[in-house]
Design a binder for this molecule. Structure first.
Ligand SMILES: NC(=O)C1=CN([C@@H]2O[C@H](COP(=O)(O)OP(=O)(O)OC[C@H]3O[C@@H](n4cnc5c(N)ncnc54)[C@H](OP(=O)(O)O)[C@@H]3O)[C@@H](O)[C@H]2O)[C@@H](O)CC1
Ligand SMILES: Nc1ncnc2c1ncn2[C@@H]1O[C@H](COP(=O)(O)OP(=O)(O)O)[C@@H](O)[C@H]1O
Ligand SMILES: [K+]
Length: 464
């Protein structure tokens, strides 16, 4: 698990550190210079863009260390009178040159602004950044991005590599920071604000049948999805439940014929009451928002088993909040909105996606999985995970139906709801990458790649 901490938490850790701020800065700068040297790969000209605070100080001290390795270093001071005094003195002493405009260089170090950044790049910084043609190494984070939310409210630096210190910050998972390198500077931090599971951890949590397993002990997933207008959503969600784990799948709804034709292993009925017992329900994809859909949602919420509420079922909950009363409060609920569904349910997502998901999780006493390139998954107890996509090929119609089917299968197997949602999201993004391999894919191809994706994460689990 990789943790991420907010700017305020990092500052608090800095205050607790047993060494002076100047020592931390020199460690950070030395790490920055080391990364810069690896990027230079023998080339010898570096430019620094230096802002008013300690981020600029890191860059100047990195310039000092690079000078000691014989690199030619030029610095533009965006706020000359506020540039880090000791860093600037050391940089000059080592033979670094302060210039008005960067000459042609092999690498630019972005020390414009870091943890204290507010809003996008200011116009003077934009002018310098726009002239850059060399790869950019961002110090701590690409300037212009918010450390806690990853939001860009204006122009920002596009970094090939970001070097950060002590611990990762949410921006490193929520926004494009290029390749992120973490340098240990001796900070000690408490439990993280946001975390990311590794593929091996997802592999380890994926249910695997044992010697005494049978189709029932692994959990039966119920799928209440699809309609005569949208039978495909039922086929995709049921297929994901079938392929996600080796437990049994029951489908209940108006698309029973289409589901049976594609997934003969699923037990199909026309209504939820006839479906038989399940250990978790998925409700919503392609279901519609009419009275029969509302009745279906009410029935699964009353069933006393974990429920993944997706798509039309989210819209139903948003328009008729009293439907939530049908839920036994002890049964886990996973809500999987995209931004527009989230807006219907809990108001506009805004720039702070993690904050929005956390607030909604507390309000609905549910795991909230807010979809996107970086999917945020928040539990009502405050635990929050992020899943980063390796590509954007999953942004295709029906791909959300596959995700909810996978979540349902993991819920039915008894997986913790937060981990079920995060595990499903991870395998879903991996399946998209494997299926697409650089070209557009329909959701059915993403679905077909689920076994390969599960195999890939399972292969990373260290053998006991
Ligand atoms: N914490 C740690 O453990 C360690 C931290 N370290 C380093 O310190 C960095 C944080 O330094 P910091 O707090 O001095 O502020 P920093 O981000 O350089 O900003 C400076 C000033 O810039 C301004 N400004 C604001 N927005 C702006 C914008 N959009 N565009 C342009 N300018 C903008 C604003 O001043 P204003 O002009 O508004 O008065 C702000 O006060 C951190 O990222 C890391 O690199 C390491 O040394 C090792 C240990
Ligand atoms: N830009 C993107 N990059 C990567 N994944 C994305 C992107 N946009 C959407 N996705 C993923 O694709 C899926 C889309 O789900 P959804 O919007 O519900 O689609 P549908 O309703 O058509 O099934 C989600 O898993 C989401 O995280
Ligand atoms: K920066």
């Amino acid at each position: 698990m990789r943790g991420m901490w907010t700017a305020a938490e990092v500052r608090a850790a800095e205050e607790r550190a047993p060494v002076a701020e100047s020592v931390l800065m020199r460690r950070a700068a030395f790490g920055t210079a080391t990364v810069a040297l690896s990027m230079l790969d023998g080339r010898r000209r570096v430019g620094l863009l230096v802002g008013a605070g300690n981020n600029g100080g890191d860059a100047l001290w990195a310039g000092y260390f690079l000078r000691r390795r014989g690199v030619r270093v030029y610095a533009v001071l965006l706020a000359p009178e506020r540039a880090h005094r000791a860093g600037l003195a050391a940089f000059r002493r080592a033979g670094g040159r302060v210039v008005d405009l960067l000459p042609e260089v092999d690498l630019v170090v972005d020390g414009i602004v870091g943890l204290s950044g507010r809003g996008g790049l200011r116009p003077d910084a934009v002018a310098h950044v726009e002239r850059v043609t060399a790869p950019i190494l961002a110090v701590d984070l690409p300037s212009g991005l918010d450390a806690d939310t990853g939001a860009a409210s204006g122009r920002h630096v596009r970094a090939a590599v970001t070097v950060t210190f002590g611990c990762l910050k949410p921006v490193h998972a929520l926004a494009d920071c290029g390749d992120v390198r973490l340098v240990d500077i001796g900070l000690s931090v408490d439990s993280p604000y946001l975390s990311e599971l590794t593929s091996a951890e997802i592999g380890a949590l994926w249910p695997v049948p044992g010697r005494s397993s049978d189709k029932y002990t692994q959990g039966v997933t119920g799928v209440a999805a699809g309609s005569s207008v949208y039978p495909g959503a039922a086929v995709l969600a049921t297929g994901a439940a079938v392929l996600g784990t080796s437990g049994m799948v029951r489908y209940a709804g108006a698309a029973a014929e289409a589901v049976r034709a594609r997934w003969p292993e699923a037990i199909c009925t026309g209504s939820i009451t006839d479906a038989g017992r399940v250990q978790a329900w998925v409700v919503g994809p392609g279901l519609g928002t009419g009275s029969s859909a509302e009745a279906a949602l009410r029935t699964v919420l009353e069933a006393g088993v974990p429920v993944c509420v997706d798509a039309d079922a989210i819209t139903l909950l948003a328009t008729n909040p009293s439907l939530s009363d049908a839920r036994d409060p002890a049964t886990p609920l996973v809500l999987t909105p995209h931004d527009r569904e989230f807006a219907r349910l809990a108001g506009a997502v805004g720039d702070d996606r993690v904050g929005a998901a956390r607030r909604a999780a507390a309000r609905f006493d549910a795991v909230v999985l807010l979809k996107g390139h970086a999917t945020v998954i928040a539990a009502p107890d405050g635990r929050t995970l992020v899943n980063r996509a390796g590509s954007s090929w999953a942004a295709t119609a029906g791909s959300g139906d596959v995700l909810s089917g996978l979540i349902g299968a993991l819920l039915a197997s008894g997986t913790d709801p937060l981990l079920a949602a995060a595990g499903a999201a991870h395998v879903h993004t991996l399946a998209a990458d494997l299926a697409a391999s650089g070209a557009p894919i329909p959701a059915s191809s993403l679905l077909a790649a689920v076994p390969d994706a599960v195999r890939t994460v399972r292969a990373l689990v260290p053998s006991e």
